[in-house]
Design a protein. Sequence first.
Length: 317
Amino acid sequence: MDRLLLVVKNFFSKIKTPRAVLFFLALSVLFWVFTKLSKSYTTTLGFSIVYHNLADNQLLYSTDPQTVFAESTANGFRLTQNLVFSPKIQINASSAHFNGTDFFLTQNPLRRSIQSQISKQIHIRQVLVDTFYLQLGIAAQKKVPVRYSSKLSFANGYDLVKPFSLTPDSIVVSGPKAVLDSLSIVMTQPVSLKNIDATFSENVGIQFNHPSLKSSTSSIRVRAQVDRFTEKSLIIPIQISNLPSGAQVKLFPPSVSLKFKASFSTIKDIESSDFLITCDYNHIGTHPKLPLIIQDQPNGISRPVLSENTVDYLVKK
């Protein structure tokens, strides 16, 4: 032992600088590490699981990370690399088995799935679980109407000929029953358009107000018929609603002027008989004048305005 210490002491006494000492020390450590990592080892590795290709009736009920452990054999370099840069294993959810309560994968299919997604220099000997249960459940379904979320402005003189056409106008949504029970409509992604002067059609995505909701329908076809509008005025006779048999009421005036806008292609065909303007007999005695209501109007008109909102009356006895 004394002779060995003397040899080491003489070796280092010949090295002039501490830097050289550190160099040979580091070189020795690297050589030792390389030798160790070149050997083959069997150990337990953990793999993070993520799901893809969920079926329409499958619902992800937890976002907590899920890990599966497997007995693995590889050299030290590969094992260390896997520990530092552990790959995420994609699980095809639609291929999972269902026992009436849970979705699951058995040991061998899970092992093959892991092996196919990692380095071939790592051998997965076995998965350390007989049955791997997925964090999935059965989703409830509900058919819900779709609403177009838009902020539109039209070029001067242009407007919608009729309401937006949505295809489809309702979709089947899957998710937790408690969330679906409170869901009455589904909105499209917001759309903002300016200076519209022509009919347009576009696909618009769907947005959900809860992360657990999903649908096989990812977009809606929206069509809007746009045309140049012009203004027109008509004299419309006023009708009395709820008029008792034998009662006589005279209105002053008996008709009213109605101003509205409609497209060039339809306005020429719109007549007074297409409108119904009424006042209610039941308001007599409680109102000094009878309020006027536009009870009916043709499709495709916009901004109807009455010249008078009330009318005088005289009850004949």
